[in-house]
Design a protein. Structure first.
Length: 114
């Protein structure tokens, strides 16, 4: 005998279990789809924000690299000036002192020779 006929009077098995669980499964799938959609929207917003931050950091990096280049050039020019000043001091004071003291020695010795 078919089961439906045997239990026609028993309301606990009606509707059959597949018909009761089917709508529950559909509701769970809808909830999962809604959650996935919310997650996707959140991930997209995060990706956009992070993309903007990356672009801002790349721009800052570009500016910092330009500043490093500028400061390197300034340091090279300062080093050239220091070398120029060093050479000037050496030429005028160190080498000049030797020449001046030799001239003074000759000048002192010259009157004695007369």
């Amino acid at each position: 005998m078919p089961r439906a006929v045997q239990r026609a009077g028993d309301d606990q098995d009606w509707p059959p279990p597949a018909e009761r669980t089917g709508p529950a499964i559909v509701r769970l799938l809808q909830q999962a789809a809604e959650l996935a959609q919310r997650n996707e929207e959140r991930f997209r917003a995060t990706a956009l924000r992070l993309g903007e931050e990356v672009r801002a950091l790349e721009e800052r990096n570009r500016l910092l690299e330009a500043r490093v280049q500028e400061l390197g050039e300034r340091a090279a020019r300062a080093e050239q000036w220091l070398m120029h000043i060093h050479q000037g001091i050496h030429t005028h004071f160190v080498d000049g002192r030797d020449t001046d003291s030799a001239d003074r020695s000759r000048a002192r010795a010259a009157p004695a020779q007369r």
